[in-house]
Design a protein around this ligand. Structure first.
Ligand code: ZN
Length: 74
């Protein structure tokens, strides 16, 4: 269960299946998208539910609203 906040695309995507989703990179995190905190382009955060993901998004990137991933979120 992972939340990706991506500033360049202005999206916050909640992946209920986390690492099992084809749209979650492995390894997780890049130079500019950090794990557990925001980098230049965004970040990856643990989130148990979509409500958790939305709470994290409103804290880290208030202009965005988290959406469920279309691939692993049903
Ligand atoms: Zn996904």
């Amino acid at each position: 269960m992972l939340l990706n906040i991506d500033k360049p695309t202005k999206q916050a995507i909640f992946h209920p299946l986390g690492a099992e989703c084809a749209h979650v990179p492995d390894p997780l995190g890049t130079e500019h998208e950090l794990i557990g905190r925001m980098g230049r382009d965004g970040g990856w955060f643990e989130a148990a539910t979509l409500a958790d993901a939305r709470a994290t998004t409103s804290r880290e990137a208030p202009v965005l609203e988290a959406q469920s991933c279309h691939y692993c979120g049903g």
